[in-house]
Design a protein around this ligand. Structure first.
Ligand code: FAD
Length: 383
């Protein structure tokens, strides 16, 4: 692993940062508060090849890897306009379809995912199976060559923006989970959704999804019908790396806002940033974000080298570290701005709720600690 990014990676970072600067947090919050989507940003990112940078060239992607996609996510979030659908559409779904889809599925879905003209949501969480995915009850049964899918999902991001959703179901109700993954177009009869009112200021919403005897053709199934655990896991490392990238970017954004402010705000002789009560915690935040970013880059490097097991440990650690660092950085940024930290004008207070997401989704802090305790340390499970 090199600590020096290639010329291409440096150029990509610059290009994404330049694009994202034209949008930024004001645009992001304005759209969120108006109940609108960030269509312009999504389309431009797609047109410039940023969304599909990790997907194979032959299907319209950039032919690079998760390192590059996480770099895109990080720079967009660092500009104050990180988009959750980047985690879902190209990282989870794009990866799963590129690795396990049929030739026809790849040709049908990947070019649109890559250029952003098609957004695909991802649905695994269920009301009675949150952190415990083994409990999911969304079930698929055969009817001739068709599949009939029934069940319920919750907290599914961006369903209203998506043309299709990759739904994680199962073909057997009993026993250990053998997931089966289905691409469900959002206009399929029997597929409905309702918005969940959330306290996050975000242009991307979460939905409860109902699948009522949804009839799907045979080729809706991605991968094998009852041994798709490997397929599902293929999407998890990218998901965690992108979760980390989003949090690293948000942390950078918060620290940047705080640093700009404390450099000029004066209530005594010196700018308030000279007081170590403010400069030390900000320096600490910067260190923590840099460390989390390094682990994220390690995870992406291992993943791109084909080391799924090595990437899993690093991706979980990166997601954990980035989530914690980001929550602390946002908290310190609000504190550094005093009263202005809580005003709408300065726009940092809205990140308080948003930053907590990195501790909860796509996998919670506690479930990562469970993973590390069991896998890295070999400790027994309590559940
Ligand atoms: C904004 C947002 C967007 C989301 N987008 C999507 C999406 O697009 N698609 C999707 O499928 N899901 C999505 N989710 C769901 C998300 O992945 C879940 O919320 C998350 O996995 C936690 O599940 P839960 O909410 O049911 O919490 P629970 O599983 O009920 O957990 C509640 C608490 O208990 C802890 N806990 C549970 N089990 C253990 C244990 N064994 N040991 C220690 N602690 C434990 C958890 O860590 C957590 O702190 C989203 C969630 C949010 C908030």
């Amino acid at each position: 692993m090199s600590f020096i990014e290639t010329e291409e990676q440096q150029a990509l970072r610059k290009a994404v940062a330049a694009m994202a600067a034209n949008y930024g947090q004001d645009y992001y919050l304005e759209k969120a508060r108006a109940g609108q989507h960030t269509d312009e940003l999504w389309s431009e990112a797609g047109r410039l090849g940023f969304i599909g940078v990790n997907l194979p060239e032959e299907y319209g992607g950039g032919g690079a890897g998760m390192y590059e996609l996480s770099l895109v996510m990080e720079e967009m979030a660092a500009a104050g306009s990180g988009l959750l659908m980047m985690v879902v559409s190209p990282a989870i779904n794009g990866t799963i379809i590129a690795r396990f889809g049929t030739e026809e599925q790849k040709r049908r879905w990947l070019p649109g995912i890559a250029d952003g003209t098609l957004t695909m949501a991802f649905a695994i969480t269920e009301p009675d199976a949150g952190s415990n995915s083994h409990n999911i009850t969304t079930t698929a049964r055969r009817d001739g060559s068709d599949w009939i899918l029934s069940g319920q999902k919750v907290y599914i991001s961006g369903v209203d923006q998506a043309q299709a959703v990759l739904v994680v179901g199962r073909t057997h109700r009993e026993g250990n989970l053998k997931p089966a993954l289905f691409v469900v177009p959002t206009d399929t009869p029997g597929f409905t959704y309702t918005k969940i009112p959330m306290e996050i200021v975000s242009p991307e919403s979460q939905f409860q999804v109902f699948l009522d005897e949804v009839r799907l053709p045979a080729d809706a199934l991605v991968g094998s019908e009852d041994a798709a655990l490997a397929q599902l896991f293929a999407g998890l490392n990218p998901e965690r790396i992108m979760g980390a990238a989003s949090a690293v970017g948000m942390g950078r954004f918060a620290i940047g806002k705080a640093v700009d402010y404390v450099k000029t705000r004066k209530v005594w002789k010196t700018p308030i940033g000279a007081h170590q009560g403010l400069s030390h915690p900000l320096a600490q935040n910067h260190i923590e974000i840099e460390l989390a970013r390094l682990m994220m880059q390690k995870a992406a490097t291992l993943y791109d080298a084909g080391d799924d097991a090595g990437a899993a440990e690093a991706a979980n650690m990166a997601k954990y570290a980035a989530g914690e660092a980001s929550v602390r950085a946002v908290d310190q940024a609000v504190q550094s701005l005093g009263g202005n930290g809580l005003t709408r004008e300065y726009g940092i207070a809205s990140a308080l709720t948003a930053s907590r997401l990195a501790r909860i989704a796509p996998v919670s802090r506690e479930m990562i600690l469970n993973f590390v305790a069991q896998t890295s340390l070999g400790l027994p499970r309590s559940y």
